[in-house]
Design a protein around this ligand. Structure first.
Ligand SMILES: *[C@@H]1O[C@H](CO)[C@@H](O)[C@H](O)[C@H]1NC(C)=O
Ligand SMILES: *[C@@H]1O[C@H](CO)[C@@H](O)[C@H](O)[C@H]1NC(C)=O
Ligand SMILES: *[C@@H]1O[C@H](CO)[C@@H](O)[C@H](O)[C@H]1NC(C)=O
Ligand SMILES: *[C@@H]1O[C@H](CO)[C@@H](O)[C@H](O)[C@H]1NC(C)=O
Ligand SMILES: *[C@@H]1O[C@H](CO)[C@@H](O)[C@H](O)[C@H]1NC(C)=O
Ligand SMILES: *[C@@H]1O[C@H](CO)[C@@H](O)[C@H](O)[C@H]1NC(C)=O
Ligand SMILES: *[C@@H]1O[C@H](CO)[C@@H](O)[C@H](O)[C@H]1NC(C)=O
Ligand SMILES: *[C@@H]1O[C@H](CO)[C@@H](O)[C@H](O)[C@H]1NC(C)=O
Length: 180
């Protein structure tokens, strides 16, 4: 789990922004857990809230729902009174803001995470295979999947037989936006 609190201002207790946000967040999970993607907005400027949820393409409705229920609570707790937050888990993503990030390829909340164990043999082979795999799964997610979700495997070595790959975009993006 990894939260990124926003920098577009704070709201106060019992404000219109708070009531808009508290109304919108649960409806994202109830409307979106089935499809694994949902975006919505509520209220009017300056109290308008934009939000989206995304679940991993291979999670089912209940896993998606559980993840989003946790995400909602964590986001409000970890970014208290912040108008914007993004929170990532293995199974889902929740993002909300007073600034309209929907329909855009805004990657300003990028987070890199990596396995701390290193490959020890055939480094060149690993890098080549992993690079091809990432390209292949990204291309599939962007151009061959209406859900913008792709997975793949590559064969590595006898002791470490498989490298697994996964790529996913939000479904409001075009193929080109997704690939970019
Ligand atoms: C919002 O609240 C946080 C935490 O209380 C504070 O650090 C930050 O300065 C506030 N931001 C604004 C724009 O008031
Ligand atoms: C689904 O979203 C719509 C539109 O925002 C909202 O009116 C409705 O209450 C939501 N449904 C549920 C079950 O939360
Ligand atoms: C949904 O996925 C979870 C986690 O993989 C699993 O434990 C659960 O049995 C699945 N539920 C259904 C209804 O398939
Ligand atoms: C995003 O695009 C959709 C489809 O073009 C449109 O209906 C929707 O109003 C847009 N949402 C925002 C928040 O701009
Ligand atoms: C993995 O390699 C990096 C870069 O060479 C190094 O900084 C890091 O300590 C290594 N990690 C382990 C667990 O050996
Ligand atoms: C992956 O794709 C990028 C550009 O789309 C290209 O520059 C790169 O060489 C490719 N990597 C591999 C290992 O195929
Ligand atoms: C993906 O889509 C491209 C372009 O439409 C097509 O040429 C290619 O065969 C498709 N690949 C797969 C694996 O479906
Ligand atoms: C990996 O090896 C298996 C078994 O030898 C084979 O069926 C599969 O097609 C290979 N996958 C790739 C991506 O080369």
């Amino acid at each position: 789990m990894e939260p990124v609190c926003g920098s577009t201002g704070n709201y106060t207790a019992k404000s219109t922004y708070e009531s808009n946000l508290l109304a919108l967040l649960p409806s994202l999970a109830s409307n979106g857990s089935n499809q694994g993607f949902y975006k919505d907005t509520t209220g009017r400027v300056p109290d308008q809230v934009y939000a989206l949820i995304l679940c991993r393409g291979d999670t089912n409705t209940s896993a998606c729902r559980n993840c989003l229920d946790l995400a909602r609570q964590d986001a409000l707790q970890l970014c208290p009174y912040n108008k914007a937050a993004t929170i990532w888990y293995d199974n889902c993503l929740l993002r909300y803001s007073n600034s309209n990030f929907l329909n855009s390829t805004d990657n300003s909340n990028v987070i890199y995470m990596w396995n701390t164990q290193n490959v020890t043999d055939d480094l060149d082979k690993f890098n080549k295979l992993a690079g091809e795999l990432v390209n292949r799964t990204s291309q599939y997610a962007a151009f061959n999947s209406s859900r913008r979700f792709g997975t793949g495997e590559a064969n590595f070595t006898a002791t470490d037989p498989n490298i697994y790959g996964l790529a996913q975009c939000t479904r409001d993006l075009s193929g080109d936006q997704c690939y970019k």
